[in-house]
Design a protein around this ligand. Structure first.
Ligand SMILES: *Cc1c(COP(=O)(O)O)cnc(C)c1O
Length: 384
């Protein structure tokens, strides 16, 4: 039977405790309810707490009518789906970032799997950080470029690879995240920019999925914080996390935007996001600068948790709102996560292959609507 193999593979996944299923959970504001138990959600990407902000939604809804509520674009933007709200959002983004141009995509996954194949060919070398997100790995796989992964944030190694390879390729693209998903640590973007500027054929691609909205005075991300927005050739971010919406963007030169519109398959061959979603994104972004207090609070509680974990002897590389508690063995990690859940905190274990063997962890993903008292309570439980 053709399905026997599939069944066999599922059994193996179950045996290895790597089987996944969709969790049954309901949301109530900041809480999730799982198996009848209410817990504070410490695993959300709603970094500014905007997805829970009713007043933001109420204001937005005031201006809507059945005529202006457009739940579908009915087409790719290259055909009839190019509603004016898209170009308005792109103009808004270019202005916010002080950049030449912007292009909006259906998701961060579309962005990363579409841009890299579009801009590279067999004469391209991609140098990617060892810990980049699966969507970037898939983008690299779909491209015809050669790829070498460098050790996480190891800039001396990256420098050696650039030196050895720059004359052998037409172009080299360095691919990194700014804040990394699993360690919550950060790339030194300024140092990457300096490295890139040593060569005429090196481009820099930075995914700010976890940083957009959460970092920088204006909330534009680590590139704003490190003052190098215009030195990054492909500056990517998603609207699905701190911006409490859906979709993604690239900030880039005009010529790159034009090229992507012509070549990027995940942009061309898909129905554009609903105009109403774009309007909501635009609405949130209009307020992004105002959320500075939220960003400061988020950093404050993140430091509080990180320091407590370090004091307790946990290895914790985080410098952001993603705060891992590296336990080591998978079994122990699962037990710890279950204990936290029993005590009202919805924290999830992350195990191999998502993280390296022996570094299973509880991954806290904090949001700005969590209070210092709640973090204190969490720390008490961790210290018990
Ligand atoms: C979440 C994430 C993405 C995907 O973005 P979506 O808009 O959710 O598709 C891409 N890159 C990184 C680093 C992410 O964390």
């Amino acid at each position: 039977m053709i399905l026997d193999n599939i069944n066999q593979e599922l059994l193996i996944l179950k045996e290895k405790k790597n089987y996944r299923s969709l969790p049954q959970l309901t949301h109530e504001g900041r809480d999730v309810i799982v198996n009848g138990q209410r817990m504070l959600n410490l695993s959300s990407n709603d970094y500014l707490g905007l997805a829970n902000d009713l007043s933001l939604r109420e204001e937005f809804l005031k201006n809507l009518t059945p005529e202006s509520f457009l739940p579908t674009s009915s087409s790719s933007r290259l055909l009839t789906g190019n509603y004016t709200v898209y170009e308005e959002l792109e103009q808004q983004l270019s202005t916010m970032f002080g950049a030449e141009s912007a292009l909006v995509f259906n998701s961060g996954y579309h962005a990363n799997t579409g841009i890299l194949p579009a801009v590279s060919d067999a004469r391209t070398l991609i140098l990617a950080d060892k810990l980049v997100h699966a969507s970037l790995i898939d983008g690299i796989r779909l491209s015809s470029a050669k790829c070498i992964r460098y050790r996480h944030n190891d800039l001396p190694q990256l420098q050696r690879l650039l030196e050895e390879n720059h004359s052998m390729y037409e172009k080299i693209i360095i691919v990194t995240e700014s804040i990394f998903s699993m360690d919550g640590d950060e790339a030194d973007l300024q140092a990457l920019v300096r490295l890139k500027h040593n060569y005429s054929n090196v481009l820099l691609y930075v995914d700010e999925a976890h940083a957009f909205g959460a970092r920088g005075k204006k909330g534009l991300g680590c590139a704003e914080e490190q003052n190098c927005i215009n030195d990054i050739d492909f500056l990517i971010g998603t609207f699905g996390k701190a911006a409490a919406s859906a979709g993604a963007y690239i900030i880039c030169r005009q010529i790159i935007r034009e090229y992507l519109i012509n070549k990027m398959r995940t942009f061309i061959f898909t129905t554009a996001l609903p105009p109403i979603q774009i309007q909501w994104t635009s609405w949130v972004l209009k307020h992004l600068t105002d959320f500075r207090k939220k960003r400061e609070h988020l950093l404050q509680i993140s430091r509080q948790l990180k320091e407590a974990l370090s004091d307790k002897g946990y290895q914790c590389p985080s410098v952001s709102h993603i705060v891992p508690m590296v336990v080591g063995a998978s079994e122990d990690t699962i037990k710890k996560a279950e204990e936290l859940q029993r005590k009202g905190f919805y924290a999830l274990p992350v195990r191999p292959p998502t993280v390296p063997e022996g570094t299973s962890r509880i991954r806290f993903s904090l949001t700005a609507d969590i209070t210092e008292n709640e973090i204190d309570r969490l720390i008490e439980i961790i210290n018990q």
